[in-house]
Design a binder for this molecule. Sequence first.
Ligand SMILES: C[S@@+](CC[C@H](N)C(=O)[O-])C[C@H]1O[C@@H](n2cnc3c(N)ncnc32)[C@H](O)[C@@H]1O
Length: 193
Amino acid sequence: MTAFDRVLQEVDERCREQHIPMLGQEKAEFLANLVQTAQPTSIVECGTAIGYSGLWMATELKSAGQGRLITVEIDTGRAHEARENFRRANVKDWIDSRIGDAAEVLQTIRDPVDFLLLDNNYSNYFPCFRAIESQLTDGATVVADNVGIGAAGMADYLNHVRSHYESRTHWFETDLPWVKRDAMEVTIYRKPH
Ligand SMILES: C[S@@+](CC[C@H](N)C(=O)[O-])C[C@H]1O[C@@H](n2cnc3c(N)ncnc32)[C@H](O)[C@@H]1O
């Protein structure tokens, strides 16, 4: 087992034991495929937790030999734990871990962003999307988690992306202790003319 696989397994187990939210393997594999297809140069993630989804995305960047993940977490303890996990998994050089409220941190990003993952409490999705919108590239992939269980709490975001862009809902059976069926929304962002 590689160092990466060992850390991923430990993070998975710790999330299940401590009820720390994470994507789970089914959604993470789907996300990794999206990253492979998009070949992004810059990914932004809202909601690091202890790094489960970050590990999946960073290993794709590392395999491709290009790109960077900026991941934002409001909980300092979780962010520090994630950094340690990234270091132990040998992917830290691909990740810029920031601590703070994502909607505020995103406003400080000046580089173009071609992949966005929203996973930081439903009511934050639309403010985060708005905060980074000016930096999103034409054709950027925008992924929102918990669209099945959290649709009501992110109705402003979902109404916006579904009425303005090509947007699809993907359903998953999961084996997480806290949810057995949920969805992700994948939107292809288009710059206004
Ligand atoms: C669902 S978890 C993220 C799971 C992670 N993406 C994974 O799959 O491993 C949501 C995280 O968002 C964080 N969070 C909540 N509000 C936030 C905010 N305003 N800015 C940044 N992070 C926030 C929470 O502390 C929590 O760790």
